[in-house]
Design a protein around this ligand. Structure first.
Ligand SMILES: Nc1ncnc2c1ncn2[C@@H]1O[C@H](COP(=O)(O)OP(=O)(O)O)[C@@H](O)[C@H]1O
Ligand SMILES: [Mg+2]
Length: 420
């Protein structure tokens, strides 16, 4: 139940986180895209500028005719920065001039060159060189002395890579911040859930403490007058049995109902009373046999005790008696045919389990069974298991409850062998 529990505040927090995440992701993505575009635009502009001025200088100079490699000169002189290579092709892809002299005259089969010469418009791509460097390549149609040529200009990308690297860093930074926000949010919700649970538990404990106090005052006040009522009713009944006057049935009801109220006040006091724990040696089997006697007198149910003789423990035998009386009473109330009592020693602990084949409990009943005043019985007090819980804790023990509707119930009490 508590695992899926989320407060309204938590849902707001998650909504804000989701909103912030989406907005940040979108803006980061756009910033990254824009930075990349800005980097490409700057390469493109630079390349176009160089290409246009090269076209002019190729037309004006007669260096081409002089068989001088001006492309190589441009690169070695460093007239423009960032050029990887320059080449000039004719329409068929024959290299007319290249900054690398060895490549002049070579025929290249390049779709881009064909496209540029067919359409007459520049094209841009990225190409990976033999040196593994990725370069920006502009293929630009030029007219040199009335013949159509294609000027290829490759630019190093490292000057603009800084921009892209920075944008990428920005993306990682943002992702990191989002992750941190989510982690902080997660721990915040967990801590706040934890403190909510604690607060709820404490409030519940306080409520029970107040109820307990009230109950104990009430029980004290009721006990004495109740004793008188029962006593008088019994006295009147005895007087009347000989005369056989009317009303003895009503007196019976007064006596039995007073008995019930007496049991309730006893339970209330037991539950509310501060615990005093005694400690003495006793045998578990002896104790069980005593408890069974009080139960077996009342109803027809088979109780099978498989407790080895000779398990001696040091604990509060009165409290244990009360614990097992309450558990056995519930098993009998659940219309069980057979009840099994087992005991085993585990190191410094003793586990005593009581299994019945009665009506069993639904999930909801199990959740509430140990709460005071929770009962499904018309004449129940709802205090039996609350007392079991309180007494078991008082003697340092633990309770395990297993129960399935229509199948039965197992209550296991694990207590220290020596409780001092
Ligand atoms: N052995 C059992 N088999 C089935 N239901 C049980 C058993 N023990 C306890 N319960 C359920 O737990 C509830 C609380 O038990 P308890 O605290 O002893 O109060 P009460 O016996 O007065 O109802 C019972 O009303 C019953 O529904
Ligand atoms: Mg009970």
């Amino acid at each position: 139940m508590h695992d899926t529990y989320l407060r309204g505040n938590h849902i707001y927090l998650i909504a804000i986180l989701v909103f912030a995440t989406v907005i940040t992701l979108i803006s980061t993505f756009l910033t990254y895209k824009n930075s990349k575009k800005a980097a490409e635009d700057s390469l493109n502009l630079q390349a176009l500028g160089i290409a246009v001025s090269l076209e002019t200088s190729l037309n004006n100079s007669d260096e081409l005719r002089k068989q001088k490699n001006i492309f190589k000169e441009i690169i070695t002189e460093g007239r423009w920065e960032g050029i990887a290579f320059i080449a000039l092709y004719d329409k068929n892809g024959t290299t007319i001039l290249h900054s690398n002299e060895n490549l002049i005259g070579r025929q290249v089969q390049d779709r881009n060159i064909k496209k540029v010469s067919d359409k007459g418009i520049p094209s841009r791509t990225y190409v990976t060189l033999g040196t593994d460097e990725r370069v920006f390549v502009l293929d630009f149609p030029v007219h040199i002395r009335d013949s159509e040529r294609i000027l290829r200009l490759a630019l190093h990308t490292y000057p603009v890579e800084g921009i892209i690297r920075q944008a990428r860093l920005h993306v990682f930074g943002m992702l990191f911040i989002i992750a941190v926000l989510w982690v902080v949010g997660y721990f915040f919700i967990r801590a706040s859930r934890h403190s909510d649970e604690l607060r709820m538990k404490m409030a519940e404990r306080e409520r029970f403490a107040v109820i307990g106090e009230m109950a104990s005052v009430l029980a004290h006040e009721i006990r004495n007058p109740l004793g008188s009522i029962k006593g008088f009713a019994q006295y009147l009944k005895e007087q009347n049995t000989d005369n056989r006057t009317q009303g003895t049935d009503s007196l019976d009801i007064i006596v039995s109902e007073s008995k019930r109220l007496e049991d309730l006040t006893e339970d209330l006091l037991m539950y509310a009373k501060p615990m005093e724990v005694k400690s003495e040696d006793f045998d578990v089997l002896d104790l069980m046999n005593e408890v069974i006697k009080t139960i077996q007198n009342r109803k027809d149910v088979g109780i099978n005790v498989s407790v080895p003789a000779g398990i001696t423990i040091k604990s509060d035998s009165d409290k244990l008696k009360q614990i097992f009386m309450n558990i056995l009473q519930n098993a009998v109330d659940a219309e069980s045919k057979a009840i099994d009592i087992k005991a085993e020693v585990m190191n410094d602990k003793v586990a005593i389990s009581i299994s019945d084949d009665g009506c069993g409990m639904s999930h909801e009943i199990k959740e509430n069974a140990f709460k005071p005043f929770f009962t499904t019985k018309t004449k129940g007090t709802g205090l039996g298991l609350a007392i079991v819980d309180k007494l078991t804790k008082a003697i340092g023990g633990e309770i395990e409850l297993k129960s399935e509707p229509q199948k039965g119930t197992v209550l296991k009490i694990v207590i220290p062998k020596n409780f001092i």
